[in-house]
Design a protein around this ligand. Structure first.
Ligand code: PHE
Length: 351
């Protein structure tokens, strides 16, 4: 076969391979190497031009170059075509159907006790209170003695306090127990800080009670203000403001005389019942009382201040303490405290 025919055949074969419908970028590159590469078929022909006569050579040489250019052209055309196809394919694969509904992500939520604690922290810090914390395992001194609690006070009994270490023969200040209120934090704070003092102490406390309104572990927020000229009026004013923020504009409070060893005078603070608005008649929430008991409070006993190194002739203070479970039960109308601790998602989802 003469070289011209050979060249025409090469062109036919090459274009058939390029047009093959299974072609892709890699195969196309192989085709290029096969025909136009250093050891390719066209190169082979060009090398063999020398075997031709000087008359034949220019025409065959020109023809060989023409074929080379044609094949090169076919290849680059095909390349462009493949690139377009590839990018269309990628776009199709990566297409996002924005009309599909999204996957629902399960989110948690705050436990009602955390919610109320945070709300209280927000209300009181908004009124200039700082947040103080202390140990849950405590010396009897901070839980009782420093709070003017008599050595024979019934709350010290084994049935009323969880002891970690208790002297068998006598009542000691270094007996170790689980704190039964966060008043212990107030004592620690007063030992280490000078008035003016304005703190709340949120935290976990422990008492061996268990029924529909008591759990052995529960939460309290207690508060303490010590400064010059602090009176019961400041206490009432502060609590009224706080409860209005918590429960709304209509909230009314009243103080009732009570007894705590660490305050004198001592009071219990009630809120007018949110359901019957004070009228009581067969009301489920306040059990006919018309008022709901919210917390204990009072003017800090001079002995407590003195014991913490604060001069009661110069300074006075008030303190209050409330149970968070009780508050959330009233706020959300929960009738059994145990609901708060069973972690039944159907219950918790309501808040
Ligand atoms: N510590 C008291 C209790 O746990 C509450 C209280 C605090 C009362 C401060 C008066 C003053 O019941």
């Amino acid at each position: 076969m003469n070289m011209k025919n050979e060249l025409s055949q090469i062109l036919d074969e090459a274009s058939a391979e390029i047009k093959n419908q299974d072609i892709n970028s890699e195969l196309l590159e192989q085709v290029r190497i096969k025909y136009l590469g250093k050891k390719g078929r066209i190169t082979d022909i060009l090398k063999r031009l020398g075997t031709l006569s000087s008359e034949e050579r220019p025409a065959v040489g020109a023809y060989a170059n023409e074929i080379k250019t044609k094949i090169g052209g076919l290849i680059s055309e095909k390349q462009k075509e493949l690139e377009i196809l590839n990018s269309q394919k990628r776009l199709a694969e990566e297409k996002i159907d924005i009309t599909l509904p999204s996957k629902r992500r399960e989110t948690g939520r705050r436990h009602p006790i955390s919610q109320i604690t945070l709300e209280l922290e927000e209300v009181f810090t908004g009124m200039g209170f700082k947040i103080a914390q202390g140990p849950e395992t405590e010396y009897a001194y901070y839980n009782f003695d420093a709070l003017n609690s008599p050595k024979n006070h019934p709350s010290r009994d084994l049935q009323d306090t969880f002891y970690i270490r208790k002297d068998e023969k006598e009542i000691r200040e270094d007996d170790i127990l689980l704190r039964c209120h966060t008043s212990s934090v107030q004592v620690r704070y007063m030992e280490n800080n000078k008035p003016p003092i304005k703190i709340i102490c949120p935290g976990r406390v422990y008492r061996p009670d268990q029924d529909s309104s008591h759990t052995p572990v529960f939460y309290q927020v207690e508060g303490l203000v010590v400064d010059k000229n602090i009176t019961l009026i400041d206490l009432k004013e502060t609590l009224e403001t706080a409860f209005i923020k918590l429960f709304g504009e209509e909230t009314e409070i009243r103080l009732r005389p009570h007894y705590f060893p660490f305050t004198e005078p001592s009071v219990e603070v009630d809120c007018k019942c949110f359901i019957c608005e004070g009228n009581g008649d067969s009301c489920q929430l306040c059990k006919g009382e018309g008022w709901l008991e919210m917390l204990g409070a009072g003017v800090v006993h001079p002995k407590v201040l003195a014991g913490c190194g604060i001069d009661p002739e110069v300074y006075t203070g008030f303190a209050f303490g409330m149970g968070i479970e009780r508050l959330s039960m009233i706020k959300y109308g929960i009738d059994d405290i145990r609901n708060l601790y069973e972690n039944d998602i159907r219950f918790l989802r309501q808040f």
